[in-house]
Design a protein around this ligand. Structure first.
Ligand code: NAD
Length: 297
């Protein structure tokens, strides 16, 4: 069994850490928040009081942190200074492509095996071990990472070189935002035209307007039982998180010269929804902004 240093035990990291423990690994868990460390201890991990202590003599390191600046700081200050050469490192946070590439490059120069491996799936999938991992990094690092990532997820896909895991994540979520807004607009228009929304669903879900946003996560109450729309738009996937990913996508588009006009519109609409109090609502709640019924609740 491997010794794993786990850094970042928040909403996502706590369940992921618990699943590594359940699989029989010896997990050393660190977070700046002592309550998060205590929670990991109660799940069977060894709580430690620094990132360096988590990483010392570890076979592998997992990080699940808020943003690029945290990832860069943790790796540059603690992990790279403490880990043994050849250590496997998996950053599962969602961060900007440039930071992922830079940290990956530095790791390779220091003789570590590093992958950027962001996830699709929320807290429920993190707890259940059913995340999807999109992995960027060298083949050898991917081969070693797969063993650990497959404990925490149902799918582990190698996207390419360093940074491509993050690229896959933000391209996917930009597309998700666009289809969710488009689907919401169509349902709002159907209603204005006197077309029953269930009837519109029955037709469009079997016609060319079909998408995941419609058939797995329908933004209006009724047609899809498990949709957040049926529980007052409780997340799910919060608007603030979608907005974070859209900002990363738009920064990457500007830096790479890609033309993403619908991505830009989506960012603007989600920023407006966030400003109107929708930040903690599920991102499918954008429907209520578009049909004019959002009251900031
Ligand atoms: P979170 O804020 O709940 O957890 C982040 C944790 O990192 C916190 O407990 C914080 O104390 C800790 N932390 C911050 N800086 C640290 C440091 N220097 N050293 C040690 N610990 C530190 O966030 P989350 O919801 O768990 O998300 C984590 C990452 O996963 C983010 O990048 C997010 O975009 C991504 N993500 C989240 C979801 C979701 O549904 N929550 C889904 C997919 C991806």
């Amino acid at each position: 069994m491997a010794t794993i240093g786990f850094i970042g035990l928040g909403n996502m990291g706590s369940g992921m850490c618990a699943n590594l423990v359940k699989a029989g690994h010896n997990v050393r868990a660190f977070d700046l928040n002592p309550d998060a460390v205590a929670r990991a201890e109660s799940a069977g991990a060894d709580g430690v009081d620094s990132a360096a202590a988590a990483v010392t003599d570890a076979d592998a390191v997992v990080t699940m942190l808020p943003a690029g600046k945290h990832v860069r700081a943790v790796y540059e200050t603690d992990v790279f200074e403490t880990a043994a050469p050849g250590t496997l490192m998996m950053d599962c946070s969602t961060i900007d492509v440039d930071t992922a590439k830079a940290v990956g490059k530095l790791a390779a120069a220091k003789g570590f095996l590093f992958v950027d491996s962001p996830v699709s799936g929320g807290v429920a999938a993190a707890d259940a071990g059913t995340l999807t991992f999109m992995v960027g990094g060298p083949e050898e690092a991917f081969q070693r990472a797969e063993e650990f990532l497959s404990i925490m997820g149902k799918a582990v896909i190698h996207a390419g070189d360093a940074g491509t895991g993050q690229a896959a994540k933000i391209c996917n979520n930009m597309l998700l935002a666009i289809t969710m807004i488009g689907t919401s607009e169509a349902f709002a228009l159907a209603e204005k035209l006197g077309l029953d929304q269930q009837k519109f669903y029955d037709i469009s879900s079997k016609a060319s307007g079909q998408s995941w946003s419609m058939t797995s996560y329908c933004p209006v109450p009724g047609p899809v039982e498990t949709s957040p729309a049926n529980r007052g738009y409780q997340p799910g996937f919060a608007t603030a998180m979608m907005l974070k990913d859209l900002k990363l996508a738009m920064d990457a588009a500007a830096a790479s010269g890609a033309t993403t006009p619908l991505g830009a519109q989506s960012e603007a609409l989600y920023a407006m929804f966030d400003n109107l109090g929708g930040g903690t609502a599920d991102f499918s709640g954008i429907y209520k902004l578009l049909d004019g019924s959002w009251k900031g609740d």
